[in-house]
Design a binder for this molecule. Structure first.
Ligand code: ZN
Length: 193
């Protein structure tokens, strides 16, 4: 993907998804979220944030998919699916069943576990599916997946520093959100906190 696309994606994190996530976290939800862009012009179609306080299946990606299909007659293959964190096994399946042919994520499973103190993605893959270290098939006949950070590091663009500056800002904001979630989670009824 190009500089222009990643610049747009990072701006949506900063201007849309993170402010919406802040509201969701203030209600006791996790920090995860996602959004969908139109491939042809990179316009934002829908966002979605974690809403596990309402239903433990409402992960950020699931909320996004539900919002996407409220808009009728869209072909998922015409869209980019962007997730704040590498999708868990539930969301990998949901993205697959929804018909998207791609997804992009900002934070790896390892970071979800170590930085954000949420180990369930890796644990479920290991316990339920016997998949060690999150090694699911990253590209398959249904979709291709991309790490936003790894892709940006590989971009040969003189303006790459601007993207890295935005990523730093995004990291900081997710750090703040995470502290808020972690300090409030003890009193929530979410099964896997
Ligand atoms: Zn999930």
């Amino acid at each position: 993907m190009s500089y222009k696309k990643y610049n747009k994606i990072l701006d949506i994190f900063l201007n849309n998804l993170i402010p919406e996530t802040k509201i969701s976290v203030s209600k006791g939800n996790k920090i995860f979220g996602a959004f969908v862009l139109k491939k042809i012009d990179l316009s934002l179609v829908v966002t979605g944030t974690n809403n596990e306080t309402e239903n433990p299946l409402y992960h950020g990606e699931i909320s996004t998919i539900l919002n996407f299909f409220k808009l009728r007659n869209l072909n998922p293959k015409d869209y980019l699916f962007i997730s704040s964190h590498e999708p868990c096994s539930l969301c990998l399946s949901a993205i697959t069943w929804s018909g998207f042919d791609n997804f992009y994520y900002l934070f790896h499973y390892k970071e979800t576990e170590s930085i954000f103190n949420i180990p369930h993605d890796l644990k479920i893959l290991k316990e339920v599916f016997k998949i060690e270290q999150g090694k699911y098939s990253k590209n398959n006949s249904y979709w291709e997946s991309y790490s936003i950070i790894e892709d940006i590091k590989e971009l040969q663009n003189s303006e790459n520093d601007k993207l890295l500056t935005k990523i730093k800002e995004i990291n900081k904001l997710y750090g703040d959100l995470s502290r808020n979630y972690q300090s409030a989670k003890i009193s929530s009824y979410i099964p896997l906190k």
